[in-house]
Design a protein around this ligand. Structure first.
Ligand SMILES: C[S@@+](CC[C@H](N)C(=O)[O-])C[C@H]1O[C@@H](n2cnc3c(N)ncnc32)[C@H](O)[C@@H]1O
Length: 147
């Protein structure tokens, strides 16, 4: 039976603990019952979590390697440059939750199609199929994160 604990430093990030297994990172699933990239789903205390695979997501790997800061929490507005099909962006979407937004910029048509399907299910993810080098992106204010 797995147990889930809050990450000691980063809000919206959790540890899944299960006997005989290494601790795994996870985020609370914004869309219960729905996987994004085949990740395991874990239920604890009536809440569903998505295991966050560090081999598929550099942000998860960086957290496991004890990165000092992850400036994303519930309600954050994140501009995600190079979202691909949304693997990491979906975990960011879990972290910022319903109050936040993840603006996902991606220009490759094949992965952008998958991203669009994902964004239909995750209403806090906004797809922007465009080249991130276009000047209009840098002409706006606010904080941007390249993951
Ligand atoms: C390594 S993948 C990103 C994976 C993603 N960060 C994750 O962890 O799920 C890099 C993505 O950036 C996109 N990309 C690269 N340059 C771009 C640009 N100028 N504008 C938009 N997307 C770009 C690529 O098409 C590719 O899908």
């Amino acid at each position: 039976m797995p147990s889930v604990e809050k990450h000691e430093k980063f809000s919206g990030v959790y540890w899944v603990k299960e006997e005989g297994m290494e601790e795994r990172l996870a985020t609370r699933n914004l869309t219960p019952g729905v996987r994004v990239y085949g990740e395991p789903l874990v239920k604890a205390g009536g809440v569903e979590y998505r295991v966050w695979n560090p081999y598929r997501s550099k942000l998860a790997a960086a957290i496991l390697k004890k990165i000092k800061e992850v400036p994303i929490s519930k309600g954050s507005k994140v501009l995600y440059l190079g979202a691909a099909s949304g693997t990491t962006a979906s975990h960011v979407s879990d972290i910022v939750w319903k109050e936040g937004r993840v603006y996902c910029v991606e220009f490759a048509p094949r992965v952008a199609r998958e991203l669009l399907t994902l964004c239909e299910k995750r209403r806090n993810m906004i797809p922007i199929v465009a080249d991130a080098r276009m000047p209009w992106l840098s002409s706006r204010g606010g904080r941007r994160y390249l993951l």
